[in-house]
Design a protein around this ligand. Structure first.
Ligand SMILES: [Zn+2]
Length: 396
């Protein structure tokens, strides 16, 4: 019969151990730091950047987390015992460079190394976001990120409505709603944030009421203003990301320029009758709106929004593609639509992707930029006949 003492001595002889400082150094050099403690221990604090895989699930899950069996893995638990057994198990699974942190997280803390305390969720939040918590790419860390995120919706109209509803449902913690209009009966064919009994009320007020009723976690910030060069930078400053659901050229250029100067991702969408487009503009990572559409068309060449019309369900598709891109950017997951423009044709139906490139002659982000600060355009509501595939586009 082997006693526990003998067993742990034997296990420790078969594995390698590292100090907290060595563990930290290895993690900085790209080693996978794995916390094998239970969920309640993890919740009270853990090493920054560590991956949480409780000991009981380690053998089951490690292969999806670490596909390369020669990658360096540092395991830790509370005191260094569970991680020692875990290290031996991983060696048996063929991992060639596994070490265990001697003294565990206790020693890590004693050494004064940084710790991270995850956001704690209320039981109601655990239920509300349970389907997110089950998705590995979201999980607790991702949901906490969403709750701390701030997104500004430009317009509570056709695109802002579906985007706002789903971002609120997803638990994006702060939603700014920028709109100066009141709800009109003709909006209700597509602007699903608003209701019949709110016709005549400010759109921001109506949007706030709908979002409050859907998810009380979300803080709604109303911006009852018409965007111009005097207020755009101040309005954008508090937000992580801008979702452009505006319906006119002057606003789209202004949103583009302000996002560029403030280095905030701009999730762009536009719709026209049966067609819509989505892309993401982010400084230094891809083109800007002006690279694609250098100048608005002459006023006389473009019909007004009222003349253009739009299929009521179309902004639902495009606004939700924008919301999806926004969530991906906030989570830092997936491949954002930067340098790519996705065009949707509802009649076919088809999705077509276009590569977009930064224009070295762009007046904003080109090699010799002329635009140094935000400026107003005197355009109101036209579509651009130079859009990709020579298709016309206009906002919501
Ligand atoms: Zn540009």
């Amino acid at each position: 019969m082997t006693t526990f003492r003998e067993l742990i001595r034997k296990v420790k002889a078969e594995i390698r151990e590292v100090t907290p400082e060595e563990a930290q150094q290895a993690a900085k050099q790209g080693a996978l730091l794995v916390d094998v403690r239970e969920a309640d221990e993890w919740a009270q604090g853990h090493a920054p950047g560590a991956l949480h895989v409780p000991r009981g699930f380690l053998e089951l899950r490690i292969e999806e987390k670490a596909r390369d069996k020669d990658a360096k893995i540092v395991l830790y638990c509370a005191g260094g015992t569970r991680s020692a057994f875990a290290a031996r198990s991983l060696q048996e699974l063929g991992y060639s460079d596994v070490v265990s942190l001697t003294g565990g997280f206790g020693k890590w803390k004693e050494a004064g190394l940084p710790i991270e305390v995850p956001k704690s969720f209320t039981s109601e939040q655990r239920q509300r976001y349970s389907r997110h918590l089950l998705v590995p790419e979201v999980g607790e860390a991702g949901q906490a990120k969403l709750l701390e995120s701030k997104v500004l919706l430009i317009g509570a109209g056709g695109l802002g409505s579906p985007a706002g509803l789903y971002l609120a449902a997803a638990g994006v913690g702060t939603l700014g709603i920028l709109d100066s209009d009141v709800v009109d009966l003709s909006n209700l064919q597509r602007q699903v944030l608003h209701t019949n009994d709110r016709v005549g009320k400010p759109k921001t007020e109506s949007a706030e009421a709908t979002i409050r009723a859907l998810n009380p976690d979300v803080k709604v910030v109303r911006h009852d203003l018409r965007l111009d060069s005097s207020n755009v930078l101040e309005a954008f400053a508090p937000y992580d990301l801008i979702l452009d659901g505006s319906d006119n050229f002057s606003t789209k250029y202004l949103v583009n320029d302000a996002s560029y100067f403030l280095r905030k991702p701009n999730v762009y969408g536009s719709i026209f009758r049966f067609e819509g487009q989505v892309t993401v503009f982010e400084r230094d990572k891809g083109p800007c709106y002006r690279c694609l559409f250098a100048e608005p068309p002459p006023a006389g060449l473009a019909p007004s929004c009222d003349e253009a019309g739009v299929l009521g369900v179309l902004p639902g598709v495009i606004g939700l593609l924008q919301a999806t891109e926004a969530i991906k950017l906030l989570l830092g997951k997936g491949r954002p639509l930067i340098g790519r423009l996705l065009a949707y044709d509802a009649l076919e139906p088809s999705f077509t992707e276009f590569k977009t490139r930064r224009d070295p002659r762009c007046r904003l982000c080109g090699d010799s930029p002329e635009i140094k600060t935000v400026e107003d355009l005197s355009w109101s509501c036209h579509f651009d006949p130079t859009a990709p595939r020579e298709r016309a586009t206009v906002g919501a």
